[in-house]
Write a protein that binds this ligand. Structure first.
Ligand SMILES: *Cc1c(COP(=O)(O)O)cnc(C)c1O
Length: 367
């Protein structure tokens, strides 16, 4: 068959290890998964009660315009309803943008390492990928601006960046946007937006009036704890959204997902609590790393990238065998690191204990 040539060398997404698989393999009864930046506190109770009490018909197609969720989101964000596009996760919006703008005649600019789906979708569309190395875990906006040429169609910014957790300061973002030609779409992926506590983080929605070429991506998968439902959204100038809409599949956000997302937006206390717990959890890791002399990246997300100055895969395996699934830095472009999702305080303390064991053994071996 005549598959696109680039598909032949593209690997499908490798999901992290499943809890049951690890339990069986290592004979463990308890497993803590801190690998996919899922919310350790689950989701709001309001979501469960709405889903349990759902009386709608399964035989009817979803509301293709997600009318109620759209209205609720527009109110929540203080934007017009026409400024929103909903997706089956923000992953799908990344796909829509790629499908709508990228082709073999174009190129796309992104940081490296960053969220892999930008590159993956760019490759499928056959465009040239221009990857600009991070500097100390941060986007090198100067070099990214220089990389833009007449064929550039999309620039991807991830802030806070996955996997480093480093964010772009508002001032730097504005300076960057002022240099980007108005026909180049800038995607600002804010999957961890709700966790951010930095004062100088970008107020990106305020910029959309001025910059029609910016689209902000957010998701219900992270702090809202609804990863299984797959709901994400894009926010942009209404003309930009109108241009992208034809790419969207008609019924891309399913009915229960719409119900769940509305319920999640209604529980502000749950979100407040998760932010506080996450900030406290990050501090737990910082204190430990500072004491142990481990280098790490200051994170504004719900994860931390720790540099062990050793084989990250080995650290990953050590923790896995002791009941903690984390993410090896190897596949993330940081071979000496592991990325750990911030868990509950108890989970954090648990994985920190195991890391201490690892460090003791590692030092004993090297002495
Ligand atoms: C998790 C994540 C996403 C994907 O979110 P979904 O809405 O679940 O598709 C997008 N971007 C970044 C940076 C992420 O970390």
């Amino acid at each position: 068959m005549r598959w696109k040539e680039q598909l032949l060398k593209l690997k499908p997404y490798q999901p992290g290890k499943s809890i049951n698989e690890v339990k069986r393999q290592y004979g463990l009864s308890e497993i803590v998964k801190l690998a996919s930046n899922e919310n350790p506190f689950g989701s709001s109770d309001k979501v469960r009660s709405e889903i349990t009490g759902f009386t709608g018909k399964f035989s009817v197609y979803p509301d293709g315009y997600a009318t109620d969720l759209r209205a609720r989101l527009a109110e929540h964000l203080d934007v017009k309803q026409e400024q929103l596009i909903l997706g089956n996760g923000s992953d799908e919006i990344i796909q829509m943008i790629s499908r709508g703008l990228l082709s073999p005649e174009t190129n796309t600019v992104m940081a490296a390492p960053t969220f892999p789906q930008y590159r993956h979708n760019g490759i499928i569309e056959g465009c040239e990928i221009k990857e600009i190395p991070l500097v100390d875990g941060a986007h090198d906006l100067e070099s990214m601006a220089e990389a833009i040429d007449l064929n550039t169609a999309v620039v991807w910014l991830c802030s806070p960046n996955n996997p480093t957790g480093i964010y772009i300061k508002e001032e730097e973002l504005i300076a960057f946007l002022s240099r980007v030609p108005s026909d180049v779409l800038v995607v600002l992926d804010e999957a961890y937006f709700e966790y951010v506590t930095a004062d100088d983080f970008h107020d990106s929605l305020r910029l959309l009036e001025q910059y029609k070429n910016v689209i902000v991506l957010r998701t219900f998968s992270k702090i809202y704890g609804l990863a299984s439902f797959r709901v994400g959204y894009g926010i942009a100038h209404e003309e930009t959204i109108a241009a992208l809409e034809p790419v969207r599949e008609p019924f891309n956000v399913n009915t229960l997902a719409q119900v769940a997302a509305i319920a999640a937006l209604d529980d502000k206390e749950f979100i407040e609590r998760c932010i506080q717990e996450n900030t406290a959890g990050l501090k737990q890791f910082y204190q430990f790393c500072d004491g142990a002399g481990l280098k790490y990246y200051q994170s504004q997300g719900n994860f931390i990238l720790i540099d062990f100055a050793a084989d990250g895969q080995e650290v990953f395996q050590f923790l896995l065998e002791r009941g903690y699934i984390v993410r090896s830095g190897k596949a993330l472009g940081f071979p000496t690191c592991v990325r750990i999702t911030i868990g509950s305080r108890e989970q954090n303390a648990g994985v920190i204990e195991k890391i201490k064991e690892y460090l003791q053994i590692a030092t004993a071996v090297s002495n």
